[in-house]
Write a protein that binds this ligand. Structure first.
Ligand code: PEP
Ligand code: MG
Length: 548
């Protein structure tokens, strides 16, 4: 038996086989001596890719349908495109560079050319260019398995994972995540928690091929992973798993109860979701509404912008499923660790303080306006609220609200029905806290994003695992910021919730209730334990701990 320990991201025991997650290799550059042989190597890879695509085409044609299979025909044609192949040949022969690098360079040139085209059909072909190029590079580099995730339910072990990689995996195939690198405050960690997957990170282990398929047990509570566990560990962990299942069943008694304390203080307990999968779990967990739908995950799970219609369908689905309960959709929050390649944003020196959140709306207004149209159309079918991330000024709020009005006018002109929606903002920058009184006059509610708020108040990058010990979310500065925000909201007659991870921190629940927090929005798995705690709590018995 081998035992490793990392940091717990989400509790729970997982018992199963390991699936080693392999990333696509980076394209290395090297000079070659024999260009003819190198070009021949490229032609061989092209042939293998064509054969693979033919197999895929046939499989999808018989198992799914004609229109779904067509894409593989398109890829076969593109792989033989004389311009594309000619560019690779030319680079290999004139610049004496390796085939992988020539493919990567050709991909970049073609990708930007296609992305810049007016015609949306041609723009979409940029993604196909990247697809065929990645296929070629993968074959040239000798990778024979580049599908994200596992074939069967498994414990996924990876060096690290970014949110888009997780979003492209099949939820049913993930028993647990184990990562060598990564912070407990990153979006990868938040996603794992939202999905309720036992997860550990910072596990100092060498990812050798032999691990693939090996039997293992992950204990998300303690951060341990046992590889080839002995009888005793298997027995103990099976018992622990059973206890977890029993506890979960006991908590079901709280599903339809109110979230009210013994002394009569009530709070809304809502769920945070990232996609439609999470919605089922939110409903099962007895959420009183959706307090944060991270809409960017609709963008992250795709290779191209989700259209207005696709978004409208997704939002409408959520609203209808929640049947009259409040649904708060956070508008696109891309940037920092949440990257979408098709937006073609430049690498930044300091992405957490970079072009992210609402800042992107002003640089790429069309992306935001498309989302706004989908949201306004959804509002015709049920009550929705929207909120804007990373606000730092009143002017930003005014500018965004003007865009909302303009999109209403556009829909009106096009005779497309839409509804009114509540507009709130996330309070997640120190600037927003400090001018909370001014901001509160322009919006319907505040939702405190404690993840970013803590990172900016404490000057500690939430992505950096070396700073986990500095990321003290109980720091008095963070707690004072929350209290001040609640007061500013209430003074202006609006409500204030917490949707960051701190909302689920049971050590602080009583304190939040005393502050007057109106809503706690947490991952679905946290709702029932919190409700139980709240129902057994008397806030009159609260004694504020001395500030550190
Ligand atoms: C936050 O910052 O607390 C938040 C809820 O948003 P995200 O974690 O998605 O940045
Ligand atoms: Mg945030």
């Amino acid at each position: 038996m081998e035992v490793y320990r990392g940091k717990s991201v989400f509790q729970g025991v997982a018992i199963g086989r390991i699936s080693l997650y392999r990333k696509l290799r980076r394209t290395v550059y090297y000079n070659i001596a024999d260009p003819a042989a190198e070009y021949e190597r490229f032609l061989q890879a092209q042939k293998t890719a064509l054969d693979d695509l033919a197999v895929l085409h046939k499989k999808v044609l018989t198992e799914v349908g004609k229109s779904e299979a067509e894409i593989f025909e398109v890829h076969q044609i593109m792989l033989q495109d004389p311009d594309y192949v000619g560019s690779v040949e030319d680079m290999i022969k004139t610049q004496m560079i390796n085939a992988e690098y020539a493919v990567a360079q050709t991909n970049e040139n073609f990708f930007s050319r296609f992305s810049a085209m007016e015609d949306t059909y041609m723009q979409a072909r940029a993604i196909d260019i990247r697809d065929i190029s990645e296929r070629l590079i993968s074959i040239l580099a000798g990778d024979n398995d580049n599908h994200p995730g596992a074939e069967e339910p498994a414990i996924i072990i990876a060096d690290d994972l970014v949110p888009s990689e997780i979003m492209q995996m099949e939820r049913e195939k993930i028993m647990s995540f184990v990562m060598v690198h990564g912070s407990v405050n990153s979006h990868t960690a938040i996603l794992a928690r939202t999905m309720g997957i036992p997860t550990i990170t910072g596990v100092d282990m060498v990812l050798e091929e032999e691990l693939d398929g090996e039997f293992a047990i992950v204990d998300g509570n303690t951060g341990y992973i046992y590889i080839k566990p002995n009888e005793e560990i298997i027995f103990t962990m099976q018992k622990k798993l059973q206890t977890e299942i029993n506890n979960k069943n006991l908590l079901q008694a709280y599903k339809n109860k109110e979230s009210v304390t013994l002394d009569g203080r009530s709070v809304r307990l809502n769920a945070n979701i990232g996609n439609l999968h999470d919605l089922t779990r939110a409903l099962q967990s007895g959420a009183e509404g959706i307090g944060l739908f991270r809409s960017e995950f609709l963008y992250l799970e795709k290779d191209n912008y989700p259209s207005e219609e696709e978004q409208f369908q997704a939002y409408r689905f959520v609203v209808e499923k929640m049947a009259g309960k409040r649904v708060i959709i956070r508008t696109l929050d891309i940037g920092a660790d949440k990257k979408i390649n098709y937006l073609n944003l430049k690498e930044e020196e300091n992405p957490a303080m970079g072009l992210r959140g609402i800042r992107i709306y002003f640089k790429h207004p069309q992306v935001f306006r498309t989302q706004l149209r989908a949201l306004l159309r959804t509002a015709a079918f049920g009550k929705i609220s929207i909120m804007y991330p990373l606000i730092t000024s009143v002017e930003e709020v005014m500018q965004i609200k003007r865009m909302v009005e303009e999109e209403k006018e556009n829909l009106e002109k096009e005779h497309i029905s839409y509804g009114e929606l509540e507009q709130g903002i996330m309070i997640e920058t120190p600037a927003a806290v400090m001018i909370g009184d001014l901001l509160a006059k322009h919006v319907d509610f505040f939702s405190i994003g404690t993840n970013d708020l803590s990172q900016y108040i404490l000057a500690a990058d939430r992505q950096n695992p070396l700073l986990d010990s500095f990321f003290d979310v109980h720091h008095p500065a963070v707690l004072r910021a929350i209290e001040q925000t609640v007061q500013n909201a209430h003074n202006a007659g609006i409500w204030c919730g917490i949707c960051g991870e701190l909302g689920a921190d049971r050590e602080l629940t009583k304190r939040f209730l005393k502050m007057g927090v109106d809503e706690l929005s947490v991952s679905p798995e946290n709702i029932l334990p919190l409700r139980k705690l709240i129902r057994e709590m008397n806030t009159q018995e609260f004694k504020k701990a001395p500030e550190k």
